[in-house]
Design a protein around this ligand. Sequence first.
Ligand SMILES: NC(=O)c1ccc[n+]([C@@H]2O[C@H](COP(=O)([O-])OP(=O)(O)OC[C@H]3O[C@@H](n4cnc5c(N)ncnc54)[C@H](O)[C@@H]3O)[C@@H](O)[C@H]2O)c1
Length: 337
Amino acid sequence: MRKKAILITGASGEIGQALVKSEAELGEFPILTLDIQPLDEEVRKLVTPIQGDILDKALLSRLISEYEIVTLYHLAALLSTRSEFTPEAAHRVNVEGTLGLLQMAAEQSEWRGEPVKFIFPSSIAAYGLPDLETKTSYARVREWEWNYPRTMYGCNKLYCEQLGIYYSKYYRQLAADRPVMLDFRCVRFPGLISAFTVPSGGTSDYGPEMLHAAAKKVPYACFVREDVRIPFMAMPDAIKALQHLTLAPREALRHQVFNVTSFSLSAEEFRQKVLKHFPEAQIAYQPDLKRQGIVDSWPADLDDSAACREWGWQPDYDVDRSFDEYLVPNIRQRYQG
Ligand SMILES: NC(=O)c1ccc[n+]([C@@H]2O[C@H](COP(=O)([O-])OP(=O)(O)OC[C@H]3O[C@@H](n4cnc5c(N)ncnc54)[C@H](O)[C@@H]3O)[C@@H](O)[C@H]2O)c1
């Protein structure tokens, strides 16, 4: 008999580490992780870690010969800035990697006679607004609007959302027997901010970077203009969103791709929040016009009413609670001494 398990790809990353801890607390199923990087010791002891590439087909086959995957959180990806430097590599990891895992989950669903839940974090990078005037007039963007990404990462995310829907609704639609299809669910995250990990390779990183630099007492030069505005969310809410969407009854869901968000801040408003807690912080502006151009194409805010309606989404951390109760105390502690 194969052992039932949850699989988390990209578990060594920012979301992965937080998700592993939270899933381990729930303790419903044993957790397998797959990441090309080794896991932190603290995370490692909670899981069965597999160090490897999501593109390694032989590795995936070995994995499903031993385990029955009940839920797959597919977090492994190359993020937005990194993907612009190596777009073809990004396509391989972000699209071919996702395709391979969808295929694996599709086969597993047939074997089990029950859908594997495939949970996928997409991003505000799936949107692309043409100019600042449009960005200002379409403040809270809905899922189907402005799906014109400007980055390889955004293109990859948008296409993988579609692939996920395909595998859960139309896979083998011409076959004589309708297969048991996987259950694909996706959230489009805003920029995420963790108190315990530092981001790398994303284009919303200026927010968390300001905070971590202030706590470390090192000067920071923000790579976007003062007025650049995007939505953000504290990491505990990101984990909550993934887990609540996973638990939602399938019949309650009319959509498969959902915006989720918490608060929207301009870079200057973010800086002021940091200065309130770290008045000595040295935060200057040194816009990188190309990276800023990417952030300018992302929405200023997201309309997450479908998520609220269909699976009861509600963030626990608004902007003040995020800073006052989660980010600042934990980041202070991290750099103390
Ligand atoms: N952090 C954010 O603000 C944010 C926002 C929106 C969406 N997301 C999405 O959430 C997911 C996780 O993001 P994160 O912030 O934790 O990213 P991260 O860069 O911290 O983690 C990604 C992990 O994927 C692993 N990985 C990359 N290529 C791999 C491969 N070929 N095989 C196996 N592992 C591989 C990396 O080693 C890394 O540990 C990603 O899909 C990302 O696109 C993140």
